[in-house]
Design a protein around this ligand. Sequence first.
Ligand SMILES: C[S@@+](CC[C@H](N)C(=O)[O-])C[C@H]1O[C@@H](n2cnc3c(N)ncnc32)[C@H](O)[C@@H]1O
Length: 226
Amino acid sequence: MSGAAVCTNSGGRRFVFRAASLPDQLDLIVPELLQASYSFYIWPSAPVLAWFLWSQRNSICGKRILEIGSGTALPGILAAKCGAIVTLTDSCTLPKSLAHISHCCQVNGLTPGKDIEVVGLSWGLFLKDNFRIGPFDLIIGSDCFYDPAIFEEILVTIAYFLERDNARFLFTYQERSSDWTIEALLKKWNLKANLIDLLSIGEVHGINFAELMGDHSIHLLEIVRA
Ligand SMILES: C[S@@+](CC[C@H](N)C(=O)[O-])C[C@H]1O[C@@H](n2cnc3c(N)ncnc32)[C@H](O)[C@@H]1O
């Protein structure tokens, strides 16, 4: 099954999630602002994570999920549509990005504050409001590790939620340089990572992850406490 998205007249991209053998289908529209900054695009890692969550939709239903660095929030919106209790976040210094996330939710029939939460959460910053969100069963993120300068800030935030809530962190990572590594940071923050075999999962669920990734090298990993 192809997971490709198509452009709509309104400047959004339409994603149709289907099951190989079941009548399930979910249509999502994600508005993008292509002249704007990072958080207004759908990065190639986002559909990969969204399709993985779709393959796991029965098990995420009812789970409390936090998405970090949501951007246009395709994975988190999909999770909410599949029955998860979702909090979408992006940097608290980017109010326009947070407003755009709310817009993405509304376009898909989700009202922020009612069906889904949208809040500011900056990596490595522990503001009073951040302690009020959760607890969470699962933390998700797509293409957050795009700059080594912020790797530790992400992992400090993740370590906090994993310890507080006994959760796990599932994320897609786009390989941009073979020199980049989080190994030493995982050790420092008492975390460990496992690579998830996306291609095998795709075979079982009839999802063509290789086609979704195109020319990019994208991995799905899970981080838990060591
Ligand atoms: C490469 S984009 C990925 C966006 C989206 N997850 C996707 O895959 O399409 C990185 C995202 O991280 C957010 N971000 C960058 N620095 C951040 C920080 N210090 N705290 C929280 N979010 C941050 C950006 O605003 C942006 O939405």
